[in-house]
Design a protein around this ligand. Structure first.
Ligand SMILES: [Zn+2]
Ligand SMILES: [Zn+2]
Ligand SMILES: [Zn+2]
Length: 93
């Protein structure tokens, strides 16, 4: 019954990848709240989703990326961070 096991594993992996708790992986505040630096949720403190499908408060990920130790990688999966849909990477100077 290899197929069954494979299937089960796939489901397990998928579940593991899901953001089970809807909190920012950097500040641990909920996505519908603000980062730890802001007081009021809204446009001032938007969420950014990366190519790796991890989301963070914009302020959190920007702050994280600026730290040398981050190596500009997603703190959750260690992929190089790139905001989702931002093909116009050259435009940011
Ligand atoms: Zn945050
Ligand atoms: Zn903020
Ligand atoms: Zn990630």
């Amino acid at each position: 019954m290899k197929v069954t096991i494979k299937h089960w594993r796939a489901v397990a992996a998928w579940r593991w990848d899901m953001p089970e708790d809807d909190v920012c992986g950097i500040c641990r505040n909920p996505y519908d709240s603000t980062c730890s630096k802001c007081k009021f949720p809204g446009d001032e403190c938007p969420l950014l989703m990366g190519d790796c499908n991890h989301s963070f408060h914009m302020h959190c990920i920007f702050h994280w990326i600026k730290q040398e130790a981050s190596q500009e990688r997603c703190p959750m999966c260690r992929q190089v961070w790139k905001a989702k849909g931002s093909d116009a990477r050259d435009a940011e100077s």
